[in-house]
Design a binder for this molecule. Structure first.
Ligand SMILES: [Zn+2]
Length: 287
C-alpha cells in the first residue's frame, strides 16, 4: 500500500510510531494511518466470551441512542444494511424497533447465536456478498468496523451506490482525540507501548487501519458527496464491566487487570468529562 499520501486529504503522511506495525500521521488533517495487515486465519488474542459480557450492555445502549436519532432523521419503514455485524447486537436492536436490517459479517464464530436469534446475516465481505436493492438502502451502518477498513475511498464510493437518494450513512468508531487514545500516547512516550498496541488492535486478526478525529472524518465523507447531519457522543465504558473488558485480552494477567480496573475506576471523573472516545457520525448522501 502506498503510504506516502493521506487517504483523506492527499497530503503527505509521516512516520509517527513504530509498533508491531508502523503508524503514520498526516500533518495536515491529523489522520493516523497504519500499515497493519488483516489476518485471514481469523486467529485472535481476543476471548469472545469475556468480550461479550463486558460489551453487551454498553453496545445495546449505544444502539438505542443511534436508532432514536435515525428515526428522528428518517422515520417510516426503514430498510438498512449493517457492515460487520459481529455478534449481531445492532440487528437485535433493529428487530426490537421494527427496523428491517440485513447484516454482513466475515466471521462465523457467532453463527449459532445469529441463528438462535433469527438474525438476517450474510457471511462474507462487503461489497462481494452484499444483496443489491433496486432503490438502495435507507441507511448503511458501521458499528466499530470502519476503522478496520484499508481502502476507505473505494468503500465510500461503493456505499454511495448502495444507498438510496438521501440515504443515511452511520459510522460509529473510536476517536484519536478521546481520553484513552491520548493516555496510550502518553504511556508510549514513557516507554510503555502495550496500551497503544491494544488501541490499534495490532495483536488481533483485524487491526485498525485508521484513527480519525471529527474534522477529518467529515472531510472524507464530504469529499465523496455526503453532508454531515449529526455527531453523537457515545459511551465507551460501562464502569460496572471494566474488568471483563480488560480480561477479554488473553495476554492480560489477573494482577495487571486488577491494577488497570482500579486505575480506570479512579479516573472516572476525568474520563467522563474528556472528549469522547467513540462518536457516531450521521451523513446524508446528497443527490
Ligand atoms: Zn490528511
Amino acid at each position: 500500500m502506498d503510504h506516502l499520501t493521506c487517504p483523506v486529504c492527499g497530503n503527505l503522511l509521516k512516520l509517527k510510531y513504530k509498533l508491531k506495525f508502523n503508524v503514520y500521521k498526516c500533518d495536515s488533517c491529523g489522520l493516523l494511518n497504519s500499515d497493519a495487515q488483516f489476518e485471514h486465519s481469523f486467529q485472535s488474542d481476543l476471548e469472545s466470551d469475556s468480550r461479550d459480557i463486558g460489551l453487551r450492555q454498553l453496545r445495546l445502549k449505544n444502539s438505542d441512542t443511534i436508532i432514536k436519532e435515525l428515526q428522528r432523521q428518517k422515520g417510516g419503514n426503514l430498510s438498512g444494511l449493517e457492515i460487520g455485524s459481529g455478534n449481531g447486537w445492532w440487528l437485535e436492536t433493529c428487530k426490537k424497533n421494527n427496523i428491517d436490517c440485513i447484516g454482513i459479517e466475515p466471521e462465523r464464530i457467532y453463527e449459532n447465536y445469529h441463528k438462535a436469534n433469527n438474525l438476517n446475516i450474510i457471511y462474507g465481505f462487503y461489497p462481494d456478498v452484499s444483496p443489491k436493492k433496486e432503490t438502495g438502502y435507507d441507511f448503511i451502518i458501521f458499528n466499530d468496523v470502519f476503522e478496520h477498513i484499508e481502502d476507505i475511498n473505494g468503500l465510500v464510493e461503493n456505499l454511495k451506490k448502495d444507498l438510496s437518494d438521501n440515504g443515511i450513512l452511520i459510522i460509529n468508531l473510536p476517536m484519536s482525540t478521546g481520553f484513552f487514545y491520548k493516555m496510550a500516547i502518553k504511556m508510549h512516550k514513557l516507554g510503555f507501548s502495550s496500551s497503544l498496541t491494544r488501541m490499534w488492535q495490532f495483536n488481533f486478526h483485524s487491526p485498525h487501519m485508521n484513527y480519525f478525529n471529527e474534522p477529518n472524518m467529515k472531510l472524507l465523507l464530504t469529499k465523496h458527496g455526503f453532508s454531515a447531519t449529526d455527531v453523537l457522543k457515545l459511551e465507551t465504558l460501562d464502569f460496572s464491566s471494566v474488568k471483563e473488558r480488560i480480561m477479554a485480552d488473553k495476554q492480560m494477567n489477573r494482577l495487571k487487570a486488577w491494577f488497570m480496573t482500579t486505575a480506570i475506576t479512579l479516573m472516572k471523573p476525568f474520563i467522563t468529562s474528556s472528549e469522547p472516545d467513540t462518536k457516531a457520525f450521521f451523513f446524508k448522501k446528497m443527490v
